[in-house]
Design a protein around this ligand. Structure first.
Ligand SMILES: Cc1ncc(COP(=O)(O)O)c(C=O)c1O
Length: 429
């Protein structure tokens, strides 16, 4: 409550806000106006791969501010040139060109889809169930969750939603070692009977983030790539969450050993939270005129300066090794916890992209328990999120990638404490 106006500042916001007012961040930690410390286990909005205020990013920004804050994307600048060069060098060898004219994940995804449509002359876009394409009107219309589409009048024509590789609750009631990748092969039926017959692209998060940390079984993405090649469907990996070291490889494309026709990245690209997005494409997809996809704040000079140092850091083998090691600490400890508490239905993930699925005693999904656990973690100063924008049953854990082994253990300790609290206080579990 403001002492003079008597207005609660929260009432000025169009949307609901919590009570916490953050004032400072450093690495994995942030502090509020009362001095309370938090462990940020969602890296801001899954974007701070280098944590809050990484010193290299802060120094790069300070240096760039003195020279040039902003240049239109029709000009070259040293930082934007360097980012494009690094992205070409660091992504799979078939990806040779960078479109840097978006400033966020939704518009980068839309740009990649436009490129596929422009290039193929076709229209439909295949998106797996639970896939998050973004929040702009077109991206929301393509999203693989009806909840995101439902409130709005017009859905994106040509969005084709297909079952995802969610083996834990398989759509086709199969087992991963004997299913023969039915969830790829049956896409043909969706194309034949549910599409317009004119399919341009498939866009997929190699591990779905918002959708609940769904990790595909071995061989799924390889089979999907073959499927797309056979049908001349452009395959786009949305690496907005999985990119920039999150999986312990620089890109999930490397982790799974599959090179798509395009990769989109945003979130982690600038390390500590500046807006910038990139679409990295194959040479033969070049050609869509520049004026068909570009945004004022795309190619932002200041953000590009942050991206240059971020890419220099995240590509280091020791940096990626730390992601794998600290991720393993948390994954192993939470997997051990699952043996003791029935409501922890599944613990899964790769690197520091981790998810914990909650279930009711009858095995059904439990958003109720996931919300309770996320709240109990919050009470212990551990910030997490619940999948499907708070309505799902998976706790999402994605701490900054600069995590130390000591902090990985601290997160696991607090997780165990929160699980105990929910277990003892939950009337029906
Ligand atoms: C996988 C994925 N794609 C796209 C987006 C949209 O990105 P933005 O919010 O920057 O538009 C998000 C955001 O959460 C995401 O997680």
């Amino acid at each position: 409550m403001h002492p003079v106006t008597g207005v609660d500042p929260k009432d000025d916001a169009y949307y609901e806000l919590g009570d916490v007012r953050l004032v400072r961040g450093e690495g994995v930690r942030m502090w509020d106006s009362d001095g309370r410390e938090y462990l940020d286990c969602v890296s801001g909005t899954f974007n701070l791969v280098l944590g809050h205020n990484h010193p290299a990013v802060v120094a790069a920004l300070k240096g760039q501010v003195d020279d040039l804050v902003f240049a239109s994307s029709s000009f070259q600048t040293d930082p934007t040139n360097r980012v494009m060069r690094q992205l070409v060098e660091l992504t799979p060898p078939n990806l040779t060109r960078v479109n840097l004219r978006s400033s966020g994940g939704s518009t980068a995804n839309e740009g990649a889809i436009k490129i596929a449509q422009w290039h193929t002359g076709r229209r439909d876009v295949i998106v797996p169930f639970r896939g998050h394409v973004g929040q702009t009107v077109a991206a929301a219309g393509w999203n693989g969750s009806a909840r995101i589409r439902a409130p709005f009048q017009q859905h994106m024509p040509g969005a084709l939603h297909v079952p995802d590789p969610y083996c834990h609750r398989c759509f086709y009631k199969q087992e991963p070692d004997s299913c023969g990748k039915l969830c790829v092969d049956r896409i043909d039926d969706f194309i034949t009977y549910a599409s317009t017959g004119s399919v341009a692209a498939m866009i997929i998060e190699p591990i779905s983030g918002v959708g609940g940390n769904v990790v595909p079984p071995p061989g799924y993405l390889q089979r999907l790539k073959e499927f797309c090649v056979e049908r001349e469907i452009v395959l786009i990996f949305d690496e907005n969450q999985t990119g920039l070291g999150r999986t312990g490889s620089l890109f999930a494309a490397d982790h799974f050993g599959v090179a798509p026709n395009m990769i989109t990245v945003s979130k982690g690209l600038t390390g500590s939270g500046l807006p910038l997005a990139a679409i990295i494409t194959e040479e033969e997809l070049v050609g869509m005129p520049r004026n068909l996809h570009g945004f004022t704040y795309g190619s932002h000079t200041l953000s590009a300066a942050a991206a240059v140092v971020t890419l220099d850091i995240v590509k280091r083998p020791e940096f990626l090794a730390n992601v794998r090691a600290t991720g393993k600490v948390i994954l192993d400890r939470l997997t051990a916890l699952k043996e003791r508490f029935d409501f922890l239905d599944d613990v899964r993930g790769v690197g520091l992209m981790l998810g914990v699925e909650l279930a009711e005693p009858d095995g059904s999904k439990s958003p109720r328990l996931a919300t309770a656990l996320s709240k109990a973690l919050g009470d212990l100063g551990v910030i997490t999120r619940v999948s499907e924008h708070g309505l799902g049953n998976v706790i999402e854990l994605r701490p900054p990638l600069i995590l130390t082994p000591a902090d990985a253990h601290l997160i696991a300790d607090r997780f165990a404490e929160a699980v105990e609290t929910v277990w003892t206080s939950s009337p029906s579990r």
